[in-house]
Design a binder for this molecule. Sequence first.
Ligand code: CA
Length: 226
Amino acid sequence: MSAAERHILVVEDEPTIAEILVDYLRHAGFTPRHLENGAEALEAIRSDPPDLVVLDIMLPGLDGMTVCREVRKFSAVPIIMVTARAEEIDRLMGLDVGADDYVCKPFSPREVVARVTTVLRRAGRGGDAPIPSLIEIDEESQRLSVSGQRLDLTPTEFRLLRLLVSRPGRIYSRAQILDLAYLDDQDVSDRIIDSHIKNVRKKIAAVLPGVDLIHSVYGVGYRFEV
Ligand code: CA
């Protein structure tokens, strides 16, 4: 399917932001459509399903979270949620409203278009991307190799990297990383996660110089992507 056949529904009540997004999406070759109201968006998604929805949270009619939850009762259409508050993303991910990705305002429209492309690609493959072949995980010995070379990871670094690698392209918030990768959470702070990430990056860079596999998503968390 070409980009022009990809219908993107932008649900946003701030006209300037909506206009910029629609422009960028059109320039990128998509067919965007814009609605301002949550209740109308829900109806439109039901009656004329788009290929992807960019959904603002603060909306007249129904808020974005409710729209997302309602949509999930009848559709798996990819949804990118837009929030004005970075702090809110952790909470949203915890609530598990069923969104595929999150962006935070103010955003660069280019970044949103890139996310739209990534999420569509992921959805086109029928869910999460497979673990790339350059990564090998040996669960038994708790070892992880990149490009055939074993990384010298601490047990915590191993769990952290295994978590990110297990769902390529998926963003994990720091709170989720804490929950899922730290077995014996003593007093682990966000800053400690950042420093573990830094160490893991260094160890990967020693094997694959110049290749960034762990991406920081500003205000959100981390994702693994080749
Ligand atoms: Ca809004």
